[in-house]
Design a protein around this ligand. Structure first.
Ligand code: COA
Length: 333
C-alpha cells in the first residue's frame, strides 16, 4: 500500500540565546519559577529582520541534505507567524529552495501545525497528487509575544524543523501511520492573537495594545493539552494496531515539562520514553516536534526501529497524533 515515508530531517535555531536571567532582569519572574513551572532554561530568538521563512529555509535545506535529494515536489509550512498576513510564506520558501512551480501553502493549526502538516502531506502523497514533499514547522513566536507579559514571554522560543516525505510502502520504516486529528473551536479564545484579522481589523481604528499580541489562558490550556494529547495518542496507537507498551519513544509537543509528565501518566508510557529538549529551546510551537526529533537523533535517544508516537496540541483548539517506526537517517548540519 502506498504511504508517505519520512526520508530526511532538518532543524535550525536562530543563534541568539535568551537565558532566564535575561528575562528576570526585565520581568517580575524568577529563574526558579520558570524552571519549576515550565522547565525552560534557555530559548533561541530571531534578531530584528529575521523572519519565519529564514528559519524554515535553513531547516528545509538540512532536511533535503539528510534525505540525499536535491528537491521535493511541494512545500507545506505549518506556522502561526508567517512572514506577512498575505501571501502565504511557503511559496517564498519553495522558491528560495529552487523548487519553482511546486505546490506550496501554509497551514494554521498553531502548535499542532506540524502534525496537521504531516497528515495533509501524507494525504497528498498517498493520493498520488505528489511523490514527495517538504513539511516544515517554523515559528518566530518572539515576534508576536508581548514583551511585558510574564505569563507568555518565559515560555516560547523561535526555530524551525522540517522533514522530507517521499512515496513508499506502508510496511517500510519511516512510513507514517494512521492519523488522529481534531479541533474544538468553542475554546478558540484560550490561545489567541485577537487583532489583525478580519474580526478586529488592524487597518481601521485603534487596536487595544495587548490585542496585537499572543494571549493564553494558561491553566485551562494546561488541562486541555493533557486531555487532548492523551486521547489523541490513544486513538493513533489503537489505529496502528499497537498498545501503549509497544511505544518505544514519544515525541509530544514541547509545551511544558509538567504537561509531558501528565501525558506520560495518563498514557501509562514511562516518562523516560519521552524525548524532550524544552529546557534548551522552550516551546517552539509548530517547530517543536521536528526540533525534538532532531534532538533525539543527535543525542542517540531515537534509534532506527523505535516505534514512535508523535502528538501535539495547540490553539484552535487543535490536536493530533500519528505513529511511525523510526527509519535510518542522519542529520545534516
Ligand atoms: N513568573 C512568576 N509568576 C508568574 C509567572 C511568571 N513568569 N507567570 C504567572 N505567574 C504567577 C501568576 O500570576 C499567579 O500568581 P497569583 O497566584 O498571585 O495569581 C501564579 O504565578 C500562578 O499562576 P497560574 O497561571 O495558576 O500558574 P500555573 O501553575 O498554571 O502555571 C503556566 C502557568 C502558564 C506555566 C501553566 O498554566 C501552563 O504551563 N499552561 C500551559 C501553557 C502552555 O504550555 N501553552 C502552550 C500550549 S500549546
Amino acid at each position: 500500500m502506498r504511504a508517505a515515508v519520512v526520508a530526511g530531517l532538518g532543524a535550525w535555531l536562530p543563534p541568539r540565546v535568551v537565558t532566564n536571567d535575561e528575562l528576570t532582569a526585565r520581568l517580575d519572574t524568577t529563574d526558579e519559577w520558570i524552571r519549576s513551572r515550565i522547565g525552560v532554561v534557555t530559548r533561541h530568538v530571531v534578531e530584528p529582520g529575521m523572519a519565519t521563512s529564514d528559519l524554515s529555509v535553513e531547516a528545509a535545506r538540512r532536511a533535503l541534505r539528510s534525505a540525499g535529494v536535491p528537491g521535493a515536489g511541494g512545500v507545506i509550512l505549518a506556522t502561526t507567524t508567517p512572514d506577512r498576513p498575505c501571501p502565504a510564506t511557503a511559496p517564498e520558501i519553495a522558491s528560495r529552495l529552487g523548487l519553482d512551480g511546486v505546490p506550496a501553502f501554509d497551514i494554521a493549526a498553531v502548535c499542532t501545525g506540524f502534525v496537521y502538516g504531516l497528515g495533509v502531506g501524507a494525504g497528498l502523497i498517498t493520493s498520488g497528487i505528489v511523490d514527495s514533499l517538504i513539511v516544515i514547522g517554523g515559528d518566530a513566536y518572539s515576534t508576536i509575544l508581548n514583551p511585558q507579559d510574564r505569563t507568555t514571554s518565559v515560555i516560547f522560543g523561535d526555530g524551525a524543523g522540517a522533514v522530507v516525505l517521499r512515496a513508499g510502502s506502508a510496511d517500510e520504516p519511516g512510513a507514517l501511520g494512521p492519523f488522529d486529528l481534531g479541533s474544538d473551536g468553542e475554546l478558540s479564545d484560550l490561545i489567541t492573537v485577537p487583532a489583525g484579522g478580519s474580526r478586529q481589523r488592524s487597518s481601521r481604528g485603534i487596536v487595544p495594545h495587548g490585542d496585537k499580541f499572543f494571549q493564553m489562558e494558561g491553566r485551562e490550556v494546561f488541562a486541555n493539552a493533557v486531555a487532548r494529547m492523551s486521547a489523541s495518542s490513544r486513538n493513533a496507537i489503537k489505529r496502528q494496531g499497537w498498545v501503549a507498551s509497544d511505544v518505544d519513544r514519544v515525541i509530544a509537543h514541547q509545551a511544558n515539562t509538567r504537561i509531558l509528565d501528565a501525558v506520560s501518566a495518563e498514557l501509562e508510557v514511562p516518562r523516560d520514553k519521552f524525548i524532550s529538549n524544552i529546557t534548551d529551546v522552550g516551546n517552539t510551537s509548530a517547530a517543536s516536534i521536528p526540533l525534538a526529533l532532531a534532538h533525539g537523533v543527535r543525542s542517540g535517544e531515537l534509534q532506527p526501529g523505535h516505534k514512535v508516537l508523535l502528538t501535539a496540541f495547540g490553539g484552535g483548539l487543535t490536536w493530533g497524533a500519528t505513529t511511525l517506526t523510526w527509519p535510518t537517517l542522519s542529520l545534516a548540519e
